[in-house]
Design a binder for this molecule. Structure first.
Ligand code: SF4
Length: 332
């Protein structure tokens, strides 16, 4: 077991584990139809020294996994430094990307040297034209194919990050087949979410699916996961929990622990429960353990927060954790 996975296991078992999304910039190259962050002004990048200190503080609070996000984190000039800092604190780190042309050889060399664990690439459709239109990035599908191939020379794993939306909700297996053929190591599924957040306004026609369509889509993914043909990281327990949420929110088995176990840190190093909620719990550079949220939340179905929150519900979380580790072949 590598030191980061050992660290995850240790913090999980001793009850200190937390996970963070760290948005290091609001600047994005994509102009996605279901996200408005690319319209934000002024453009912000976290300061290098503050970003490094923030990662140290997160590590001190038990954070064992950081998703470096944005905007587009690969355009931050210090992305390699941030990944290196995570590794130096044994924090499992993943870089999100929606513009594959940014996965240059120099970035791959830098992330490899930083021993970054994974690049998670947005993958919406197996139809090149539909995909180009949804992200408004020319040639995006061939560029992803090329990037995933080039990643094979490194130890960095590739993950296809697939949003359930109008174009794919009833044909998820086709996307999974395409992702597998392209050489992705893992697949993660994002649940469509509407948000009026000042930080991350999400929504739009592309994800205006009925609840029953999302439920059917999730049921099909659960069936595919049971067949073990694809390395889908979302646990069955979490997807069933989201189905419960969409059916009757009062019946969920696992509440969201945004702000206590999972959190969102922005480019000013301000900590929020998630990217949806406006309240700032504190600034990570100065906050204390008492500033974290104490109440669970059940206000939305956002994947990253809901999926990871299932790890923190006492005994009933052990099977979820084990399923996550085994179904991702220990890669995640
Ligand atoms: S349920 Fe949604 S709104 Fe509430 S903390 Fe979790 S991600 Fe945020």
């Amino acid at each position: 077991m590598n030191p980061k996975h050992k660290h995850i296991l240790k913090t999980f078992l001793n009850g200190s584990m937390r996970l963070a999304e760290f948005a290091i910039t609001n600047v994005c190259i994509a102009k996605c139809s279901f996200c408005d962050i690319w319209k934000q002004r002024p453009r912000q990048f976290v300061d290098k020294e503050k970003g490094l200190l923030a990662i140290d503080k997160l590590a001190d609070f038990g954070v064992a996994h950081i998703t470096l996000t944005g905007g587009e984190p690969l355009i931050h000039p210090n992305i390699i430094d941030f990944a290196k800092k995570c590794t130096s604190r044994n924090i499992h780190n993943v870089v999100l990307d929606s513009a594959p042309s940014l996965i240059t050889e120099a970035i791959l060399d830098g992330l490899e040297e930083a021993r970054s664990d994974m690049i998670s690439i947005s993958f919406d459709s197996d139809d090149p034209k539909v995909f180009e239109e949804s992200r408004r990035i020319p040639n995006i599908l061939p560029d992803i194919e090329d990037a995933v191939k080039r990643m094979k020379r490194t130890k960095i794993k590739s993950m296809a990050s697939i949003l359930i939306w109008n174009n794919n909700h009833d044909r998820m297996e086709k996307l999974f087949i395409k992702a597998k053929d392209m050489g992705f190591d893992l697949i993660s599924v994002n649940y469509p979410t509407f948000s009026k957040s000042v930080l991350y306004p999400l929504g739009g026609e592309g994800i205006s699916l009925s609840r029953s369509s999302v439920i059917q889509s999730l049921q099909s993914i659960i069936e595919l996961k049971k067949q073990k043909k694809y390395t889908i990281i979302n646990s069955i327990a979490s997807m069933e929990n989201i189905i419960q949420y969409l059916t009757d929110p009062a019946t969920v088995r696992y509440a969201c622990l945004g702000g206590s176990r999972v959190m969102f840190v922005d480019w000013f190093c301000d900590v929020r429960p998630c990217m949806q909620l406006p309240q700032v719990l504190g600034n990570i550079l100065t906050m204390t353990k008492d500033d974290f949220a104490t109440e669970p939340c059940n206000r939305c179905n956002m994947s990253w927060y809901r999926d990871f929150s299932t790890f923190f519900h006492g005994v009933k979380s052990f099977p979820v954790y084990l399923e996550s580790v085994t179904s991702s072949k220990g890669l995640y």
